[in-house]
Design a protein around this ligand. Structure first.
Ligand code: C2E
Ligand code: CA
Ligand code: CA
Ligand code: CA
Length: 279
């Protein structure tokens, strides 16, 4: 807040100055993190009933020089506001495709699917498709195992352009998941026109699935909607056996969550795979 003083001059209060300097520091540190390769991807297994690993979602982590491993909530909003998300998002896509290409060349991991989160600003870049093509070529990855996770809110503006861009990428073999489904604006009309492959039921619905009949009704509706549109439906944030059981009863057979595994560094993910049946 800018406070007006008696003579009409305005000044920042101490709190605001502190915030501004924190943001400057974060901007500086994020640039350092990009140039010093401090970002890493963790991989959370995605499974299909009865427990076959189909692939993973890549989740960003920042190996901060003094603060340890930081999750996206510590920096992703700021990265989005400051535009640094474009550089970070590119780096995520490169790392994800490199990892996927490695898996594709190894027995036991060759058919894994990898899901990558794409931010609104990143997807809206006019040259996003060109960037993806360049990264696919450079990594030599088979794009049919790559999934991009978009959120509802980023699909609403410039709908026709969004559809066209998704179709271009789809033609390369890339598939799309709609993330956090049920939390944003969603109209059946537009959902039907998007070249989607998967709906991800938001963790918030899964959370209260067991105790709350309303949540159950919502989840049932989402699952039916997905089935009607011919989409795969995956529940995220599954933490308990009871949640898994309700999901299966409601007809949702794809899932991910702490009940199976947390996001893991790639070596631990590969270890997890060896102990589970890979699809
Ligand atoms: P999201 O895409 O909805 O990812 C799922 C989040 O839920 C992850 O948090 C994951 O660790 C967490 N999670 C998974 N299973 C469970 C569970 O059973 N219980 C609970 N309580 N949480 C679970 P994370 O890794 O902290 O990521 C947070 C958000 O940051 C993501 O939400 C996504 O929106 C964003 N994000 C992560 N990586 C990237 C990235 O590479 N690029 C962009 N643009 N955004 C990213
Ligand atoms: Ca996601
Ligand atoms: Ca999600
Ligand atoms: Ca989320």
């Amino acid at each position: 807040q800018v406070k007006a003083v008696g003579n009409g001059l305005a000044f920042f209060d101490a709190e605001m100055q502190l915030q501004a300097s924190r943001r400057l520091l974060l901007a500086h540190e994020l640039r350092e993190a990009i140039s010093n390769d401090q970002f890493e991807l963790y991989f959370q297994p995605q499974l299909v009933h009865p427990g076959v690993v189909t692939g993973a979602e890549a989740l960003l982590r920042w190996r901060h020089p003094t603060r340890g491993i930081l999750g996206p909530y510590e920096f992703i909003d700021f990265a989005e506001e400051s535009g640094l998300i474009l550089l970070i998002g590119e780096l995520v896509l490169r790392k994800a495709c490199q990892q996927l290409a490695l898996w594709q060349r190894q027995a036991g991991t060759s058919r894994l699917e990898l899901s990558v989160n794409i931010s609104a600003r990143q997807f809206q870049q006019p040259d996003f498709t060109a960037l993806v093509i360049e990264i696919l070529q450079q990594s030599g990855v088979d794009a049919t195992s790559l999934k991009l996770e978009l959120t509802e809110s980023m699909l609403v503006d410039n709908f026709e352009q969004v559809v066209a861009k998704m179709q271009q990428l789809r033609a390369l073999g890339i598939r799309f998941a709609l993330d956090d489904f049920g939390t944003g604006y969603s109209s059946l009309v537009y959902l039907k026109r998007l070249p989607l492959y998967q709906l991800k039921i938001d963790r918030g619905f899964v959370d209260e699935l067991v105790q709350d009949d309303n949540q159950q009704a919502i989840v049932r509706t989402i699952i039916m909607l997905g089935q009607t549109l011919g989409l795969e439906v995956l529940a995220e944030g599954v933490e308990t056996e009871a949640q898994l059981k309700s999901l299966l009863q409601l007809g949702c057979y794809h899932y991910q969550g702490y009940y199976f595994a947390r996001p893991l560094p790639h070596s631990e993910f590969e270890h997890f795979l060896r102990q589970h049946h890979a699809g």
